[in-house]
Design a protein around this ligand. Structure first.
Ligand SMILES: Nc1ncnc2c1ncn2[C@@H]1O[C@H](COP(=O)(O)OP(=O)(O)OP(=O)(O)O)[C@@H](O)[C@H]1O
Ligand SMILES: [Mg+2]
Length: 222
């Protein structure tokens, strides 16, 4: 993932200011910084949910910011797993159906392959016995685990998480952090915006934002 001199304003408010950043494959990066420093904005630019006013956004060798909204939405569904602070599960779908949803939208494999993959993912997060429950029947930690399973459904090479543990107790925080850190592999890039210091030792790169600018990058940078 590569940002080249990226800036984003909302009205007169500068949210991200001339940020250049490289996060190679196989790396877990954390974005830290005070409230309002531009962490969520930065993630939204990388996922293509939003586009910059200036600069370029590249993900796995492809430029995404100059494409249409439709193109980016389809690209995101296939290539990016997004985990939000408030889970954003679909309340009237079961746990299994929530995990199936992105696969159905992109036409991933056959129906039976999709169901098998969804059940395998639920198994991996220890929630296979809750497949038929609705999100409203789960704890916050369980919901976030389902959101992570859903983010992994189409096997994305980029995973973005915006304060994924903000609303969890200590034990669930730890579980979610370990789950996310365990997703790093050779080809995958993971970027997490967080206030949790406990995440930081697991990171290969720590990017500190202040007032929309990169103040400091620690760790390996390719
Ligand atoms: N949709 C929007 N409309 C107007 N201003 C926005 C919008 N989104 C973000 N901003 C502004 O841009 C700046 C950066 O916001 P952002 O949400 O990226 O910060 P953050 O680092 O994620 O903060 P937090 O830690 O509170 O989540 C803030 O000043 C915010 O008020
Ligand atoms: Mg934020």
């Amino acid at each position: 993932m590569r940002l080249i001199e990226v800036s984003k304003k909302y009205g007169v408010q500068v949210a991200v200011r001339n940020v250049s950043l490289v996060v190679p494959r196989g790396v877990l990066a954390c974005i830290v910084g005070p409230s309002g420093s531009g962490k969520s904005t930065l993630l939204n630019l990388v996922s293509g949910i939003d586009v910059p006013d200036r600069g370029e956004v590249w993900v796995h060798g492809e430029r995404i910011d100059d494409k249409s909204d439709d193109w980016r939405a389809r690209w995101r569904l296939k290539n990016v797993g997004v985990v939000f602070q408030f889970y954003h599960l679909v309340p009237f779908l079961t746990v299994l159906e929530n995990v199936l949803l992105p696969m159905e939208l992109v036409g991933y494999g056959s129906r039976s392959e999709r169901v098998k993959r969804a059940l395998d993912l639920l198994d991996a997060i220890g929630l296979e016995d809750k497949a038929g429950r609705f999100p409203g029947e789960l704890s916050g930690g369980e919901r976030q685990r389902v959101a992570i399973a859903r983010a992994l459904a189409c096997n994305p090479l980029l995973i973005l998480a915006d304060e994924p543990t903000a609303h969890l107790d200590t034990e669930n925080k730890k579980k979610i952090m370990e789950l996310l850190a365990g997703l790093v592999d050779r080809d995958r890039t993971i970027v997490i915006a967080t206030h949790e210091r406990e995440f930081l030792p697991k990171c290969n790169i720590i990017v500190r934002l202040v007032d929309g600018c990169v103040e400091k990058i620690e760790g390996v940078e390719a």
